[in-house]
Write a protein that binds this ligand. Sequence first.
Ligand code: F0G
Length: 352
Amino acid sequence: LTRWPGVIEAYRERMPVEPGWTVVTLGEGGTPLLPAPHLSAATGCEVLLKVDGANPTGSFKDRGMTMAVTHALAEGKQGVLCASTGNTSASAAAYATRAGMTCAVLVPRGKIALGKLAQAVAHGARILQIDGNFDDCLELARKTTADYPVAALVNSVNPTRIAGQASAAYEICDELGRAPDVHCLPVGNAGNITAYWQGYKAYLADGLIHTPPRMFGFQAAGAAPLVHGAPVAAPETIATAIRIGAPASWAGAMTARDESDGRFAAVTDDEILSAYRLLSAREGVFVEPASAASVAGLLQSASDGTLPRGSLVVCTVTGHGLKDPDSALLTAPEPTVVPIDPGAVAAALELR
Ligand code: F0G
C-alpha cells in the first residue's frame, strides 16, 4: 500500500502548478466510490455514491482548496478570503492554517450549520457574519479582494479551485475504467458541476473515456435559479449549503447541461429530507442535507422516467452528516434513560 498523496500530486500533470511551488495538502481526494444497493434496487439502475464527505474537512471543497491555497502561497499572498455557506469557510480555514496564512470568512448570519462554524473557529479563522445571504457575501468578498489584493479570493470563481475539484471526475473514471452514464450533483453556486464537466471533457479529449456522462444538477426548490432561468432574490431551503440565488458559475452550469444532454431540476425540502434519511438509515452513509439533494433528484428522475433504467449512475454526496447535527436531530425522539441494570436494558430493548 502506498500513501494517497492528495489531488495535486495524484494528478499533477492536469493541475495548474509549477515546479518548485510548495504544495499545501491535507491528503484530500481518493474518496470512496461506494455501491448503493438500496438506491440501485429503488431505481433499477446501478448507483454508486462518490462519498466526498470523506475528505479531510468533510466536504468536496478540499479538492479545490488545496489548489487555491497552494496558488495563493506561491503568489506571496498574506491571507485568503472567502464567502461561504459553511463548507468553503471550513476548508479555507484548514488549508490556510496549514500554509501558515491567515484566513477570513464572510458568512450569512444564522444560516450556516453548527459543525462548519465550529471548524472555522477551531482553525482560527476570522469570522465575519453578514446580515444577508450567500450572494451578498460573495459580492462583498469579490469587492474586498479587488480593493485589497493582499488577500486571495478562494471561492470557486477562482479558476484554480475548479481545476482542483475536477479531480473527482478523474478518480471516478480511473476507478470505473469508463465514465458513468449519468452523474447527479447538488447545485448551489455551480462551481462543482462546472468542475466535474471540465474533468470529464479533459478525459474525453485525451481518449481516456469514450462517452462522457449526462450531467443532472439538482437545486432546492426554494433556491432553484438554474431551473427557473433567473436569479432568486430570497433563496430559502433547509439545505443551507445550497441556499444560493445567483450562482457565480451560471455559464459553466449551462455549458455542462447543454454539452452533456443533461438537465436541471428542483427537489423540495421534503424530498431532500427523505433522501437524507434513506442514505443514513438504509445505506449507512451520513451526509448533510444539501448532499442528499443529488439522491432526491436521482429518485425523482427514476420515477418520472427521465433516468433510463439500467444506467450506471454516480451521485456525489458532497458533505459529511456531522457538519449539521441539528438537522439529524430535528425529528429524532429523546434517547431512553435506563438504570445501570441489564434487566432494564433488556426491557427497554424488548429482548426476550
Ligand atoms: N453540497 C455542499 C455540501 C456544499 O457545501 C455546496 C456548496 C454544494 C453542494 C454546492 O456546490 O456551490 O459548487 O454548486 N457550498 C458552498 C460553500 C457554496 O460556501 O461552502 P456548488
